[in-house]
Design a protein around this ligand. Sequence first.
Ligand code: PDD
Length: 285
Amino acid sequence: MQKVYLNGEMVALNEARISVMDRGFLFGDGVYEVIPVYSRRPFRLFEHLRRLQRSLDGIRLANPHTDDEWTALIKRLIAATDADEQQIYLQVTRGADTVRNHAFPKVTVPTVFMKCDPLIPPHRQEFELGIAAVSASDNRWLRCDIKSTSLLANCLLRQQAEDAGCIETLLFRDGFLSEASASNVFVVRDGVLVAPPKTHLILPGITYDVVLELATRHGLSHELRDVTEAEVRLASEIWICSSTREVRAVVSLDGRSIGTGRPGPVYEKMHRWYQEFKSAATRAS
Ligand code: PDD
């Protein structure tokens, strides 16, 4: 039976218990991180821990651990998991109160939960053929920069893709691209990589930063600016990216082909750079 971390202990998954009064359960009052692990080494751990701190600050919850403590816990989980490629799920909620009250408890004892699972690499076919996406109006709250466990809107939006036999849902707010239900989005226009800037309307993605670093390193022109819906639909390439999906080419949107209907030449380069970067980073750390 898989072991998970819960409030200081490693326990069997089917024995892990939290209170029904936990605010994560009642209100979605918590934050989380998903950290990929390659060759048994966490990828961009420092950046994930910085974003965790930012999310905790955003919901006014004290960080229950120092970076060193988080690192030790994560290493423990990695060691307890068989696969070389893994994904760590880490969640901190505001814990349980004795009454259901929207206002914070007088004394907060956070609930810390962590789980490690094998990271199943996307099918080669998905990298080679690209993926299909649908679009929807971004009806989430205005603090999408907080990696909150309150994900109902994201779940409903993602299900629209699932219902259409697609992988992701691209989101537009007031005629502009924001991100996707569980990933950031880039488009290529006239050979230039374009993405919305980091604002309260998108999650500051760790993979998004890696993509931009690689673009800079390899001299690929890029711009961070508002991207209109029309620009997305007429783009020669669209990519989504996240810690679990890396970078994937979207080759159809709402049933219409993007570019040639195959992953484009800029994507092919980024995919290669990303794989090289990953191998180098996991060798070096
Ligand atoms: N999701 N935007 C949203 C709304 C996300 O949920 C995610 C990641 C991203 C990409 O962020 P990063 O590159 O740091 O993974 C962007 C994770 C993987 C999830 O919820 O499972």
